[in-house]
Write a protein that binds this ligand. Structure first.
Ligand code: ADP
Length: 363
């Protein structure tokens, strides 16, 4: 199927009443601050929600319209798309939106205007593209190990697709790699076919910082809006076990994200954080024009050489943005008031409308 023609999206946008825009997204992941921020900036909000998952949106009262569906993936059906267009909707993408709508559908059949560059979503989903973007941008990433028989240090082993870390493991030798593969197969966390796609990279011993940036296409500038750190089960639970018992219990430690907490980087690391944001946005402009547009996140580990190593990227709002629904230390510095990522997105849309430049930030 061919990609949606940009003109088709612009035609839909052309038919919209710009005084009466709705901000819409799937009710999951990081949608709460998107709805809250959109409402704070005077937009109507619409949640597309799987039956049974509407509780937070109702209880926190952040959505004006409910488009209820049997399953989240129904967001791409003609019926839901019609409803969204009838509401003059601009969709704010996030991780669950991409996962449930599906990349192919977003590229070929989802004909509703979206904030952001829909072409860049594939660059976070496919590991080789992601590495290409980061390498060509000059961002420091973990070194890749090509063959399990060549493991000669500590490596992190990953499998295709975003799995919230499920099935990932650490190995120090080829024998340990083989043992752990067996154990992951037994737990049914991976399948036989995953083995040949195992990705191995240098294990970076350090602290986790997920840096949330906002690229303003209207200002042509990157803002650093917040930072979070992940809470992962069972690796974070292990520290609550006495050291003697960790060896046994920790054999099958996993990295399933269960939550996030807000953090700040030591101040002397901020120049590096800005440098990474600038480099990756320049690289993205070259490789996937027009590059980033709106929120993106660099997931990093900082080692004791005070080097920020990027192990993963989100090319849209990342789940950790939930840590600053009421603003972060950094977003406060820019705006002098509590400002979430969602509100920053809404401000950009508002400015796009006011300056008659909405087309530039919509795909
Ligand atoms: P997913 O995209 O499936 O959520 P990630 O790539 O974010 O998985 O990895 C899950 C977790 O594994 C990270 O939060 C981090 O704690 C750890 N991790 C990932 N890559 C490395 C690495 N190269 N070195 C050390 N830890 C890593």
């Amino acid at each position: 199927m061919s990609k949606i023609d940009r003109q088709e999206i612009l035609d839909v946008l052309d038919g919209y009443d710009r005084e009466d825009i709705t901000i819409a997204t799937l009710g999951s992941h990081s949608s709460l601050h998107m709805f809250q921020g959109a409402k704070a900036e005077g937009f109507r909000t619409a949640v597309v929600c799987e039956k049974g998952r509407e509780v937070p949106y109702k209880r926190f009262n952040v959505a004006d319209e409910y488009i209820m569906v049997d399953k989240f993936s129904d967001i791409v059906t003609d019926e839901v798309q019609d409803k969204l267009r009838d509401l003059n909707s601009i969709v704010f993408p996030h991780g669950s939106f991409v996962a449930y709508a599906g990349l192919d559908n977003i590229e070929t059949i989802f004909n509703v205007p979206m904030f952001g560059n829909r072409d860049i979503l594939r660059w976070e989903a496919e590991r080789d593209l992601e590495r290409k973007l980061m390498t060509e941008s000059g961002v420091r990433i973990p070194k890749k190990i090509t063959n399990p028989s060549k493991i000669d240090g500590t490596v992190m082993v990953k499998f295709p697709g975003a799995r919230g870390g499920r099935g990932y493991f650490v190995a120090n030798s080829t024998e340990e790699f083989d043992q752990k593969i067996e154990s992951m197969l037994e737990r049914k966390w991976i399948e036989e076919k995953d083995i040949k796609n195992a990705h191995m990279e240098e294990y970076v011993l350090g602290c986790n910082y997920c840096i949330h940036y906002f690229f303003s296409g209207l200002k042509d500038e990157v803002e650093l809006l917040g930072i979070d750190s992940r809470y992962e089960s069972t690796i974070d639970g292990l520290v609550r076990v006495p050291a003697r018992d960790q060896l046994d219990i920790g054999v099958n430690a996993s990295y399933v994200v269960t939550g996030n907490h807000p953090v700040v980087l030591r101040e002397s690391l901020l120049p590096q954080a800005f440098d990474i944001g600038d480099k990756i946005t320049e690289g993205a402009k070259e490789l996937v024009p027009p590059g980033f547009n709106g929120p993106f996140c660099m997931q990093t580990l900082v080692n004791d050489d005070l080097e920020i190593v990027v192990f993963e990227m989100s090319a849209r709002s990342d789940g950790g943005t939930n840590t600053f629904m009421n603003g972060s230390a950094y977003s406060y510095l820019y705006y002098g008031e509590p400002l979430s990522m969602g509100r920053r997105m809404a401000l950009e849309i508002k400015k796009g409308i006011a300056d008659n430049r909405l087309e530039e930030i919509i795909t």
